[in-house]
Every structure is written in C-alpha cells, then in structure tokens.
Write a protein that binds this ligand. Structure first.
Ligand SMILES: Cc1cc2nc3c(=O)[nH]c(=O)nc-3n(C[C@H](O)[C@H](O)[C@H](O)COP(=O)(O)OP(=O)(O)OC[C@H]3O[C@@H](n4cnc5c(N)ncnc54)[C@H](O)[C@@H]3O)c2cc1C
Length: 346
C-alpha cells in the first residue's frame, strides 16, 4: 500500500514515500538512522507531522516515525525533573504537568506534535517557550554517530530556532529533560492571556488555570487540532514574526505591533499580512482549496483535498504582498520537504 505524507501531516499535503518505518525504542531509532545514513538513503524523521510542508512529489526515501515512549518524573521540594522520550505526545505531557500543579510549560497547551520536536524550533506561545524549562537534550549526532547529552546552552535556542533547526540533517532528538516548578503559580506576562484570565499582566495564575485559558484562546483561533474544523488543517503559524533592523522598523506604520528582540525589532507577521490586503479566508484563486484560516491570518488551511502546489501558491502570494507593501521578507516557520516557496506572479 502506498503511504502518502498527506496522511501523516496536519496540513494533509504531500505525495508518496519510498518506505515508512516506525521506531518504538531508542536503540531501534538509533540503529535505523545509522543504517540508512551508511547506505546514503534519504531519511525523513516524522513526529506528529504538524510542522511539515511536503511536496506533491512526496519523498523518495525512508520516513522514520518517532514512536519512542517513556516518561519519568523526579520530584524534589522545589522542582520536578521531567524526562520525556521523543515520541511522547507534547500536549498529553503538558496536561499531566499542569494538572499536577507543576509550572513552566502550561502556556504551551494545545500545541500538536511530539516532545522530540519541541526543542527544534524552540516551541513557544503565550509568553513561554521550551527553552525556559529545558535543561538537557539527549540526541544522536549523525555526524559522529554518538549519542550525546546537550545542555540548554549547547542547544543555542533562539526565537523559533536552535542548533537542531540550523542543522536538520545532523541531529535526532531522543529525549528531552524539563525542570518545572512545584506547587507555584506562574507570572502571566502575555496581555491577551492575562485578559482571558481576568488578571493584570504580571499577576499570577495556577498552571491549570493557564492551561484552560490558553486552550480557550487557541480554539477560538483554530489553533487546536480538530478534525471537524478545516481551519485547523494547517501547520499553525505559517510565518514567523520577522525580526527587522531599527531602520526598517522605523518605516513601518506606528500601529504595527513591535517588540524588542535580541537582534533587532520583532514585528507582528499577522498585522503585516492583514495590512497587506490579505484577509481571513483569502485564497490566491477563487477555486483554490487552500485558504488563509477564517480565524487567524497567520495560518494557511487545507479546506479539503488541497495540493501542495495550492498551499505554496497561497503562501508565496502572501509573502509577495507583504514584501511589496512593507519591504519585509516573511520567513516560513515549518520545514519544507521536496518543495519550496516560489515568487507569486501577482
Ligand atoms: C494547529 C497548530 C498549532 C500550532 N501552534 C504552535 C505554537 O503555538 N507554537 C509553536 O512553536 N508551534 C506550533 N505549531 C507547530 C508544531 O506543532 C510544532 O512545531 C511541533 O513541535 C511540531 O512537532 P511534530 O512532532 O509534529 O514535528 P514534525 O512536524 O513531525 O517535524 C517537524 C520537523 O522536525 C523534525 N523532527 C521531528 N522530531 C524530531 C526529532 N525527534 N529529532 C530530530 N528531528 C525531528 C522533522 O524531521 C521535521 O523536520 C502548531 C501546529 C499546528 C498544526
């Protein structure tokens, strides 16, 4: 039976794969990756498939699905150390820790995918990202064939980035260790989340309260997977918030939201898209089955049966419109497999 990437990705696009194997133990995963590398066979690691844009031609190699499970919790008076294997469901872990009253990842509720992918783009939302709590990542280094323990500093986390994202062919994340605070409340620094909780920015709430509020906000934006809601057939945000220099930031309208960032000024991609004339529900062509989500201008949704070409056509058109309107280059957030963004003719 032909296996198609469309059946293993949340955007539901992508053609056939050469072959598909499921690794259920760390030893199996390491062995499979090394064996494939030794014969030079192209390899695609896949977790929840929620950050992948795959081409219609598919992938002529082996897809290795990450089914390695395992969780340990070690408590001390002030914190709990959580060690999670790469194939654990991210949101199940967040639900468990939030219900246990352990603080640190509760604002990352409702994000699809598996634990092993979270360090790759330093998954983040609502004022938290995993770099705040990750203390160690255990990974296979495909260049040395060694399994190594990386500290948070070794991971070189940035906004939606890390050493793993920089060198996607080098690392296989096997296990991630998080340090969460016990029995406390978290500061809520994200204005929209504070408003949803009915508290001031900087006030505190319990991990469970934050999880519930985040899930409500995310559902309203189509940012929690729901098979009955085509807006959630996406990769979440298609573009990152661009980080621009002060000179470019000064040319943008004053009402464009902006935040200080280590290497410049981070500006809202959603604002740029909406003010470049791309409205929610917008399509590149009237008969396209890919559209901007009706709930969030940063998400591209497969309304049913869209091809990768339709998704890419829309993404390219959005990127082009923002470039023309504001001179800012949007960068896509997901990883592209056997496809790329072109330049829109419009
Ligand atoms: C509705 C929706 C909402 C989202 N919201 C957010 C959000 O708020 N914040 C956010 O940051 N992201 C968000 N995302 C993006 C996505 O869910 C995250 O990036 C998630 O961590 C991807 O996990 P995954 O297991 O699905 O990765 P996949 O899509 O399976 O893989 C992504 C990439 O990582 C590689 N990879 C996966 N696992 C490993 C591993 N163990 N070792 C090495 N490489 C690996 C893959 O080869 C691929 O290149 C959202 C996506 C959707 C669909």
């Amino acid at each position: 039976m032909t296996i198609r990437l469309a059946d293993h990705t949340t955007l539901r696009i992508g053609g056939p794969v050469g072959d598909y194997v499921l690794a259920t133990t760390e030893a199996q995963l390491v062995e499979q990756v090394i064996a494939l590398d030794q014969v030079g066979r192209p390899l695609l690691l896949i977790g929840g498939g929620s950050n992948l844009v795959c081409g219609d031609e598919g992938f002529d190699g082996t897809v290795v699905a990450l089914g390695v499970r395992g969780l340990t919790f070690t408590a001390s008076p002030d914190f709990v150390e959580v060690v999670a294997a790469c194939g654990e469901s991210w949101d199940n872990l967040v639900a468990h820790t939030a219900l246990s009253g352990w603080a640190g990842i509760e604002a990352l509720s409702g994000i699809p995918g598996l634990v092993g992918a979270t360090p790759i783009q330093n998954v983040g939302a609502y004022g938290q990202d995993v770099s705040h709590t990750i203390t160690q990542v255990r990974a296979l280094d495909r260049s040395s064939l060694l399994v190594v323990d990386l500290t948070a500093a070794d991971c070189a986390f940035t906004y939606r980035g890390s050493v793993f994202k920089e060198q996607p062919e080098r690392w296989v994340v096997l296990e991630v260790t998080f340090r969460l605070m016990v029995g406390g409340e978290s500061d809520v620094r994200y204005a929209q989340l504070a408003e949803e909780l009915g508290i001031e920015v900087g006030a505190t709430a319990t991990p469970s309260q934050i999880r519930e509020a985040v899930l409500r906000l995310r559902r309203a934006k189509g940012m929690v997977l729901d098979p009955d809601d085509p807006d959630t057939s996406s990769v979440g945000s298609f573009f990152t918030n661009p980080i621009v220099g002060d000179a470019v930031a000064a040319t943008l309208p004053t009402d464009c939201p902006r935040y200080p960032a280590p290497a410049g000024v981070k500006v809202s991609a959603a604002w740029l898209i909406e003010h470049a004339g791309v409205t929610r529900g917008w399509r590149a062509r009237a008969d396209s089955r890919a559209a901007i989500s009706s709930k969030h201008s940063l998400a591209i949704a497969n309304l049913g049966g869209a091809s990768a070409a339709e998704v890419l056509e829309l993404a390219s058109a959005v990127k082009h419109r923002v470039q023309v309107a504001f001179g800012v280059e949007l960068e896509p957030e997901p990883r592209f497999i056997n496809c790329e963004l072109g330049r829109s003719p419009d």
